[in-house]
Design a protein around this ligand. Structure first.
Ligand code: BGC
Length: 434
């Protein structure tokens, strides 16, 4: 592992960690149900049969978790507000307290307004869900906006669409393949309406957290290149270009519902920065006429591409390849592709799943990715912040508690928190930064 100090990042850089409500809060009996509660109640949906009813019990242990943030020395904390909790009696009181506690220890609250836990009675196939989201945003901003400077509208609408509605491995468990496209459009519309609601409440620092990764063709064969281009369109362009350019890529707009041109004017409301969640690149080839499985997700044979292994790389416990330079490639590519249409960037998630308290692999992963991020900044990409996924081991969606992404270990029997070696490492890195 490299022993040189991590290079200096720009003054004013946001250094943080990320979490999401459904994955850590628990206290499910003190809020309304979300699609994830319905989904996890169905047998076979979550690999270890677990639910997030208790999770890390952050709802009751938030003071301890804020103390962990303060001890880590981050200057920002990305969490999400649960829409079902906000719409339950007293739900906003919890976030009000959390925000106060963060401000008291000098940590900037960076809430995400939707991180997949849709109220159970709502459905992203319905256009009206976008308007309902704008109401949720307005209520939340009115209550927290006096102390929250920085907002995130949505987390990874691409994964929510693909895993939740196209492939059925996340809530709400639909397997619609390309008939899931309206879910993408309605989330993008929701994003634009949310930006307007936040502006109306006085917000001046608004972004989104979209997942991105370099897409490498399996070979120079034109069939592999075409398949990789299509995958790149779905992952890297479909949720980005409507926001930044005001249009869908390559004829996709014709497949979307409603008055798409009018909606795109809403979707493209200017944002102040653009959030990138990066984990790993993908190697993509032509379809193989059979299901392909990589990194825990099985892709059906009907799709016009297949996923291939990235060989000769260490992998995380999830089976994801560790490719730090993919982050430099991704960021410089985004800057080249979108030029002056690209707002300043923020890395809103980056991390890995490994077992154990002496988590040297996680330290190596984060070390490598911070250096790769710094190289992108040296190459001229404007990046304003970096958030590790995640503060705590948590409910990892369809994987249950089997995948541990935290800088802090959580014993899910006792709920005891124990900082891992990576927590001390990140704390020491932050001490050396301006
Ligand atoms: C999501 C997180 C998730 C992480 C690791 C991201 O796609 O935003 O909620 O835990 O990846 O899988």
């Amino acid at each position: 592992m490299a022993t040189d100090p991590i290079p200096q990042f720009p003054a004013g850089f946001l250094w943080g960690v990320s979490t999401s409500a459904h994955q850590i809060e628990g206290a499910a009996d003190e809020r309304r149900a979300s699609v994830w509660d319905t989904f996890t109640a169905e047998p076979g949906r979550v690999k270890d049969g677990s639910t997030a009813a208790v999770a890390c019990d952050h709802y009751h242990r938030h003071r301890e978790d804020v103390a962990l943030l303060a001890g880590l020395g981050v200057n920002a904390y990305r969490f999400s507000v649960s829409w079902p909790r906000v719409s339950s009696p007293g739900g906003l009181d919890f976030y009000d307290r959390l925000v106060d506690e963060l401000c008291a220890v000098g940590v900037r609250p960076v809430p995400t307004l939707f991180h997949w836990d849709l109220p159970a009675e709502l459905d992203w196939l319905e256009r009206d869900t976008a308007a309902r989201f704008a109401d949720h945003v307005a209520v939340t901003a009115e209550r927290l906006g006096d102390r929250v400077p920085t907002w995130i509208t949505l987390n990874e609408p691409a994964e929510h669409t693909l895993l939740g509605h196209a492939l059925g491995v996340h809530a709400p468990g639909r397997r619609l393949l390309f008939d899931a496209l309206p879910v993408a459009h309605h989330q993008l519309l929701a994003h634009g309406l949310a930006v307007r609601a936040l502006r109306a409440a006085g917000a001046a620092d608004i972004g989104i957290a979209n997942s991105h990764g370099p897409t490498w063709p399996a070979s120079p064969d034109p069939a592999d290149v075409a398949a990789a281009d299509f995958y790149d369109l779905l992952l890297n362009r479909l949720f980005c270009e409507p926001l930044l350019l005001g249009r869908y890529p390559d004829g996709i707009g014709e497949l979307m519902p409603g008055d798409v041109e009018a909606d795109l004017r809403t979707v493209a409301e200017p944002i102040d920065w653009y959030g990138v969640n990066y984990y790993a690149p993908a190697r993509v080839g032509a379809p193989r006429g059979a299901e392909t499985e990589v990194g825990g997700v099985a892709l059906p044979a009907e799709l016009p591409f297949s996923l291939r292994e990235i060989e000769d790389r260490p992998v995380t416990d999830f089976g994801w390849p560790v490719v730090p330079e993919g982050l430099t490639e991704l960021l410089t590519h985004l800057a080249d592709r979108y030029g002056d249409r690209l707002p300043p960037l923020m890395i809103t998630e980056n991390g890995c799943s490994y077992e154990g308290l002496d988590d040297r692999e996680r330290i190596a992963y984060l070390d490598g990715h911070l250096r790769a991020l710094h190289r992108a900044i040296e190459a001229g990409v404007d990046v304003r912040g970096y958030f590790v996924w995640s503060l705590l081991d948590n409910f990892e969606w369809a994987e249950g508690y089997a995948r541990r992404f935290g800088l802090v270990h959580v014993d899910f029997e006792t709920l005891e928190r124990t900082p891992k070696a990576s927590y001390a490492w990140y704390r020491d890195v932050l001490r050396t930064q301006p």
